[in-house]
Design a protein around this ligand. Structure first.
Ligand code: DNO
Length: 354
């Protein structure tokens, strides 16, 4: 059981807090100041992981080693950025990292239309998405709105320096199809997976969130079929998935439990982000507490699928609501994620004893 931590300077949650969550053994770490394409230097990794170890926690998973748009678009300086990525893989492996979570979504990482929508039943708030609200809004509008709402925290995938190039990048994507994106993805995998095999690292691809194409951009990672195509791009246990239940469940077409079982059985799940969502209408949902009764996912079945098909994967509670007056990075407060972890551990214990 792990927890996402953004580092001392940009997280409201301390390592001590994380260590005090029952059965929390480690982190999914992140150097949030690194731009896509940059090498993660050994000294930076050593400093971050050193602090985590001092706090009595492990750091075997690193999240969001972001992929430069040139690699996704198959143009520009992609070979140089791929070389940098290989160096980062080797550097992370040297400090005990076993899994790297990344995504291959063009331009945007996850997207929401409200970062703090009040939940009327109890006055807490959570991340919210309503496709109808996107109508009449361009990508730039939603980026500006997100930046205003984020309360000074940089959100993964929304780094200001990337946003400055947004218009040009969007223009370039107009001629790139989903098939082109997969060709570029294969080029990347063929280059880096042999390095991962040598270094003992698994690459874990995170799903598109929400789980469908947005703003006409090609998106290729949001269903069982999509992931089958992705997995077939390069045959290696080092080419694996990070199944995020909340991202996948944003589409009512996905049977999340079946997806976990399918890829668990063939040893292609490297880690899990577990959270729940509540559908409120067509392509309209909010993130709920982790409990089955608060959302649309059956969390018992989710955890059981992990237990039965991929019991050794790293897990983390994913986004939480803001409760008890807490303020901080949207989705990444302490309290509701800690409750989520405790609940998931409870399900795990019950399933083990059963
Ligand atoms: C959202 C996260 C994602 C994930 C990246 C991996 O909360 O799960 O930002 O870390 O897509 O690159």
């Amino acid at each position: 059981m792990t927890f996402r931590w953004f580092g001392e300077k940009s997280d409201t949650v301390s390592l001590k807090n994380i260590k005090q969550i029952p059965a929390m053994t480690g982190l999914m770490g992140f150097l949030d100041y690194k731009a896509a394409g940059e090498v993660w230097e050994k000294s930076e990794i050593a400093e971050y992981i050193g602090k985590v170890h001092e706090a009595g926690l492990e750091c075997e998973v690193i999240e969001s080693v972001n992929i430069h748009e040139d690699i996704k678009m198959g143009s520009g300086n992609r070979d140089e950025y791929i070389e940098n990525y290989k160096t980062t893989i080797r550097n992370l492996a040297e400090y005990g990292v076993k899994v790297i979570v990344y995504n291959f979504m063009p331009v945007f990482d996850w997207l929401r239309t409200d970062l703090a929508r009040e939940i009327p039943e109890d006055g807490s708030n959570s991340l919210y998405f309503d496709e109808a609200e996107l109508e009449g809004m361009g990508p730039l509008d939603i980026v500006k709105r997100t930046a205003t709402q984020s309360g000074g925290f940089s959100l993964p995938g929304w780094e200001p320096e990337r946003m400055a190039e947004l218009e040009t990048t969007l223009k370039k994507y107009e001629s790139i199809t989903a098939d082109d994106l997969r060709v570029n993805y294969k080029y990347f995998l063929d280059a880096i997976i042999p390095v991962c095999e040598e270094a003992g690292i698994k690459m874990a691809c995170h799903p598109d969130d929400p789980a469908w194409p947005i703003f006409g951009l090609p998106r290729i990672a949001h269903s069982l079929k999509c992931f089958e195509k992705i997995i077939s791009l390069h045959n290696s246990p080092s080419h694996a998935l990070c199944l995020c239940t909340g991202s996948l469940a944003s589409s009512i077409d996905n049977d999340v439990v079946a997806i976990i079982r399918h890829f668990g059985k063939i040893n292609r799940v490297a880690c899990m982000h577990i959270r729940n969502v509540k559908h409120l209408g067509h392509r309209k949902f909010r993130e709920s507490s982790h409990l089955s009764t608060d959302g649309d996912l059956d969390m018992y079945e989710v955890v059981k699928a992990v237990y039965e098909t991929c019991p050794l994967v790293y897990v983390r509670p994913d986004h939480g609501r803001m409760i008890w007056g807490e303020t901080g990075r949207p989705g990444y407060g302490l309290y509701d994620r800690a409750l989520g972890a405790a609940y998931l551990n409870g399900l795990w214990e019950a399933i083990c004893k059963e």
